[in-house]
Design a protein around this ligand. Structure first.
Ligand code: ATP
Length: 451
């Protein structure tokens, strides 16, 4: 069973150091969160699982890490300056602001129906680059990581000699000035995206789109997100983004209701076509604005026919924060124990666990036990599987409870038998079974466990 409510997750996240409200000591900053000692590990583990599956385990994807601050022209030709808006309404009675499509005709704050007409509100954060604040120095914090993948298309094709089909993957921050950020880390103003732009021959796009929808739902399952809680939503034609021919959203049952976890869009040749020079000489199929600024032809040459092709693009785009929230929700369990007590356990997949193992000396003031525990910690740490913690509190029961709650798959206890017989006790998080192992067996046990 997953968490009963968002409150339970929020409370665990704060209590154990996963997620804090940003700028909390000054009253916070709405729509921003900070990831604490365990949150940063969980988030990094999720991103690294995505990168492994998208880049390392495939032979047709390259990686990229582009700048966050983006030239205004990029977001002009991409269509974001004109169309990346949400409808905003003001309540004339209590002066609160809302997204028109989320509230209907009544103010959720005071119940008044005296609302302004909706007007478009651009979600991009604008800033100026350099010392002069004028029209010529405007730049944006990127609202999606995708655009800089498109602007780097030629650089990557030229430097890697890729032919179609191939993809470019990127993980990084994106910023949206959401009108009503809410539901903990579900809708925030600063977040991270894991995006793949997969370039294919026009005509092969529908096939690849279906393949990616399948791949992506399988991947979420391998991260512990139950298949039963994911639904495919065919986005209605009149709700598609300006670039999309078809979008399928992976909808997940979050604690606050079913919402989008990842979107998988067929962006056609819109983006490459929009950012390209010599558009007239290319067979661009989508409706684009004439580009008079780009100095690059964003097309790829067919090696047999020499024909220039503007590829179609399939884009699986997932939010890291929404992924973390779904994974925490799935992993959170309250179990009844035989003695009538309860335990909270975070049954995370081991590769996602913030702490891979806790090494716990039975007594915190015994130098021999602590020094052996430290050696074992160093040895396991050097295997490169993630963080191993020396838990020197001297309270085994309390340590077990803590590590159950933060999802540590194993606790390794060092006691007087360890000094006399070279044995340790390993307690398994899920079964709570405790087994004895020889110290020399530990590294292979640990490595195999995280394979
Ligand atoms: P929504 O309809 O929920 O606003 P969207 O359709 O605008 O989302 P996309 O533009 O498809 O979202 O962005 C791709 C992914 O980025 C989303 O599936 C989501 O996981 C993540 N994402 C988008 N906006 C936010 C946000 N404000 N906070 C956290 N994650 C976000």
């Amino acid at each position: 069973m997953s968490a009963k409510s968002m409150d339970e997750l929020v409370s665990l996240c704060k209590r154990r150091g996963f997620i804090f409200q940003s700028s909390e000591i000054y009253g916070g900053l709405q729509g921003m969160y900070d990831f604490g000692p365990l949150g940063v590990e969980l988030k990094n583990n999720l991103k690294s699982a995505w990168w492994k599956s998208m880049v390392y385990e495939r032979d047709d994807v390259e990686g990229l890490d582009a700048s966050i601050l983006t030239n205004q022209l990029v977001l002009n030709y991409s269509g974001h300056e004109d169309t990346f808006t949400d409808p905003l309404v003001d309540c004339k009675s209590c002066k609160s602001r809302w997204r028109a499509d989320q509230i209907g005709d009544t103010c959720p704050n005071c119940g008044s129906k005296d609302l302004t007409d909706p007007r478009p509100f651009n979600l991009m954060f604008k800033t100026n680059v350099g010392p002069v604040e004028d029209e010529g120095s405007i730049a944006y914090l990127r609202p999606e990581t995708a655009q800089q993948i498109f602007t780097n298309f030629k650089n990557i094709v030229d430097s890697t000699s890729r032919a179609l089909p191939f993809g470019i993957a990127q993980i990084g921050k994106a910023f949206r000035n959401e009108i009503t950020p809410r539901n903990f880390i579900f809708r925030v103003r600063e977040f991270e995206q894991m995006e793949l732009e997969f370039f294919v021959e026009p005509g092969e796009d529908n096939l690849w789109h279906d393949k990616w929808i399948e791949e992506r739902s399988k991947w979420w399952e391998s991260q512990g997100v139950s298949k039963k809680k994911i639904r495919f939503l065919e986005v209605p034609k009149d709700e598609l983004s300006h670039y999309s021919k078809r979008t399928v959203d992976l909808m997940y049952e979050f604690p606050h209701g079913e919402e989008e976890l990842e979107g998988i869009a067929n962006r056609t040749d819109f983006d490459l076509g929009s950012h390209s020079k010599n558009q007239d000489q290319l067979n661009i199929q989508s409706k684009i604005r004439k580009n008079s600024d780009s100095n690059s032809r964003l097309a790829i040459q067919n090696k047999d026919t020499n024909e220039w092709i503007v590829p179609f693009v399939i884009e699986p785009s997932a939010g890291v924060e929404r992924g973390v929230l779904a994974i925490l929700n799935e992993a959170y369990k309250v179990e009844k124990l035989e003695d009538g007590k309860e335990r909270i356990v975070l049954a995370l997949k081991p590769h996602l666990s913030p702490i891979k193992a806790a090494v716990i000396p039975l007594k915190k003031n015994n130098d021999d036990l602590v020094s052996l525990a430290k050696n074992i910690k160093d040895e396991l740490q050097s295997l490169g599987k993630g963080r191993v913690l020396l838990e020197n509190t001297g309270n085994i029961g309390k340590s077990y409870r803590k590590h159950d709650e933060v999802g540590t798959p194993m606790c390794i206890t060092i006691d007087f038998d360890s000094l006399e017989n070279n044995t340790v006790t390993i307690r398994d998080r899920d079964s709570m079974d405790q087994k004895t192992y020889q110290i020399h067996e530990l590294t292979s046990y640990f490595s195999n466990f995280f394979k």
